[in-house]
Write a protein that binds this ligand. Sequence first.
Ligand code: F6P
Length: 368
Amino acid sequence: DKAIAVMTSGGDAQGMNSNVRAIVRSAIFKGCRAFVVMEGYEGLVRGGPEYIKEVCWEDVRGWSTEGGTNIGTARCLEFRQREGRLLGAQHLIEAGVDALIVCGGDGSLTGADLFRSEWPSLIDELLKTNRISQEQYTRYQHLNICGTVGSIDNDMSTTDATIGAYSALDRICTAVDYVEATANSHSRAFVVEVMGRNCGWLALLAGIATSADYIFIPENPPVPGKWQDGMCEIISQHRSHGKRTSIIIIAEGAIDTELNPIKPEDVHKVLCDRLKLDTRITTLGHVQRGGTAVAYDRILATLQGVEAVNAVLESTADTPSPLIAINENKITRKPLIDSVALTKSVADAIQAKDFEKAMSLRDTEFIE
Ligand code: F6P
């Protein structure tokens, strides 16, 4: 009987609890022991039964209807150092864990990929320094790791949706609808800043869903000094047709083609100075990560949790570590290493000012 552990890592996302529940229950259903790692990679670094806990079927009862992540999460600096990963490896082996499923975003899965690739040298060092026995060394030769993508940003390449993205999108749309009502009363403009780190998915989709007047996303940046005219022209046009509200959605990572950040204050100033609009800024912040998951995220997280357990049980030392994705409505497996590399290539394309490439790598074909 194998022991399968699950952890959530990085920023929380709605649906992570459904994912953990499905992994724990599938593991037990398949005759394995189930563990949870508390507080993300920090739990691995600290180790012991308080942080690497065996759980039973009832421990995850009702979790699909709960927001956040009940096993905690963290952005762990220590795990970025080799010594942190060495401790992580030692603690996993001490707990007798055969496979680790990490539910997290881009950064967390990059960490998982590094941990897997370093594993042989980590266990060599643990053996040499007598931190594990020869027997443990022989048994835990290979780190069986799998990623499920939990992030509101929807910024992971090779998957159409990340767990939490549609819930955050729903939170944004509700908030923009609220703002729209008060904007209408006062005939005001609102600049709404949304999360997404360097990814414009939330801003773009929220803009479409709420019929926003103008959208700023990092993958399709405007020319410096030019966006002001373009935006004012469109907004004036809408106003001239009797529209009483102006909603501008700006991704937190918005930039211009010279990679200068475009901030809500910059947009606010242009709307006030040039169009004389009574303008307010609304930064939605962590409200976007709050509340329970929408049905889509609960279902996605559950199906992907079941698939993650299947994947680790079928994996051998020769199979590449999988990332559980969804493509064209089918739950799929992708090599984790490729997904991480492709995701990084989007950031690289933006840095190299190759925005066409960045856009095409974002899997936004249905919009184009
Ligand atoms: O990655 C998810 C995310 O919510 C991003 O959209 C945002 O930039 C970041 O996390 C906020 O991080 P924190 O919760 O640490 O403030």
